[in-house]
Design a protein around this ligand. Sequence first.
Ligand SMILES: [Zn+2]
Ligand SMILES: [Zn+2]
Length: 120
Amino acid sequence: MANKTPFTSITAFCANCGSILPLLQEFGSVKCYSCKSVYGAEKFNNIKFKYTIHFNTVSTVENENILNMDNPEGPVVERKCPKCGNDRMSYATLQLRSADEGQTVFYTCTSCKYKETENS
Ligand SMILES: [Zn+2]
Ligand SMILES: [Zn+2]
């Protein structure tokens, strides 16, 4: 059996008979299925920590960036608003994907708040 992969650290073996022990439950101890040896939960603290760390990473970065563009205070350029004809629009840039793919420019009419985007 390979024992170099990180996953082997979540598996424990019975010190008595060498059987694979069941995974630790939330509370209590672990009992060997083969020889009925019982191991206290404290023996598995380290293992349990490594085992649960995977489930704590949640990523919600993308949405935040876009929501922030609702209130652009960027520089104003001469650009005609297609909606109201005003010739001043403020703009802000946002890198949506990787650096190679250019950026998106957000224009906002200073008069009617009409928004348009342009990919550079
Ligand atoms: Zn055993
Ligand atoms: Zn406008």
